[in-house]
Design a binder for this molecule. Structure first.
Ligand SMILES: Cc1ncc(COP(=O)(O)O)c(C=O)c1O
Length: 347
């Protein structure tokens, strides 16, 4: 186990011993032939949880988002997403480089778009314009500090898209966190979207994997495209086995991460040199401004205290709660922040 108190991301979580055992015992086959029973089980279970017809096991969230885009667009199409959406900000322009799709970004409020904004961005057919084919939403929103959409907001956004002939892809990397925060089943948040992807490898602690879910026909296209991008895996059941344990055993415990995120936010909100409104903390991500010193100096000083955190941009720091951050680690992290911000010269 890492000697650090690692708050950089929930992606650092290690597989549980139940996952390791399931991986060792997994029944496997060649998944490119559709013959891996454990992958098939995971895909069916993921689709059931998302309320969709079919699922596709992918190597990463980035791959699942890419396939969600590629399976619902053609080269030269336009896609609408929020300006800091993961699919735009962090995915190496895969949609453009591989899919030939041009993103149109709209500024959101902590990552969230309004239906009126999307409506205004849609254009009437014109010889000059690319066809707009897809709306991408993100729930929870990573750079938005773990912000969430509720069922109604998602429905209204999707309705605008559908009324204008667009499909909707939901980047639900942390959809179970969103569902917990909103007190609804994940399937209800996914229902308005045509496709949804979620990650097994973040707060759910699986070592690898994400699942793209959607209509049978779209997933069939995505499966072929997965082969194109080199994502056709063979005895992938050893990985899917951990994913099944993640779905069975790890979803409910996300509530602990949310509770600790809230406690962390409360503790840091009163700390001089930190600016944070705890009301903005909805899930397991705590994002705040540091005014005591440049964020790089803050992160370096924190590291000297044994605490790792990240920065989404100048002046900002992000801490993500997960299974390896218990009460003791939380208290230690708060203590470290207080010592760093109180250092002579910090202000
Ligand atoms: C919202 C969101 N979407 C997609 C991804 C991509 O997942 P992966 O790192 O598995 O490619 C991430 C990863 O942090 C994410 O936060």
């Amino acid at each position: 186990m890492s000697p650090w108190i690692d708050l950089r991301s929930d992606t650092v979580t290690q597989p549980t011993s139940a996952m390791r055992e399931a991986m060792a015992r997994a029944e496997v086959g060649d998944d490119v032939y559709g013959e891996d029973p454990t992958v098939n089980r995971l895909e069916a279970e993921a689709a059931r949880r998302m309320g969709k017809e079919a699922g596709l096991f992918c190597a990463s969230g980035t791959m699942a988002n890419l396939l969600g885009v590629l399976s619902q667009t053609q080269p030269g199409d336009e896609l609408i997403c929020e300006a800091e959406a993961h699919v735009y900000y962090y995915e190496v322009a895969g949609m453009s480089r591989i899919g030939g799709v041009i993103p149109r970004t709209l500024p959101g409020e902590r990552g969230r778009l309004l239906p009126e904004q999307v409506e205004r961005a849609l254009r009437a057919p014109d010889i000059h314009f690319p066809p707009t084919r897809l709306l991408c939403l993100e729930n929870t929103h990573n750079r938005g500090g773990g912000s969430t959409y509720g069922v109604e907001e998602t429905e209204r956004l999707a309705r605008v898209a559908h009324d204008h002939g667009l499909k909707v892809h939901l980047d639900g990397a942390r959809i179970f966190n969103a569902a917990l925060a909103r007190g609804v089943e994940a399937a209800r948040l996914a229902a308005p979207a045509d496709t949804v992807m979620f990650c097994l490898s973040k707060g759910l602690s699986a070592p690898v994997g994400s699942v793209l879910c959607g209509p049978e026909e779209t997933i069939r296209r995505a499966r072929k495209l997965r082969k194109l991008v080199g994502g056709g895996m063979r005895q992938a059941g050893v990985l899917a086995a951990a994913g099944l344990v993640a779905l069975e055993q790890m979803v409910d415990r996300l509530a602990e991460d949310h509770a600790r995120a809230w406690r962390l936010a409360q503790a840091l909100a009163g700390t001089p040199g930190v600016e944070l409104d705890p009301e903005t903390v909805e899930t397991n991500i705590v994002s705040f401004e540091v005014t005591c010193c440049p964020e790089k100096a803050f992160l370096a000083a924190l590291r000297d205290e044994g605490v790792l955190a990240g920065s989404p941009g100048p002046g900002r720091v992000r801490m993500v709660l997960h299974r390896h951050i218990g009460d003791a680690e939380l208290e230690a992290a708060v203590g470290a922040v207080r010592r760093v911000t109180a250092r002579p010269g910090a202000a």
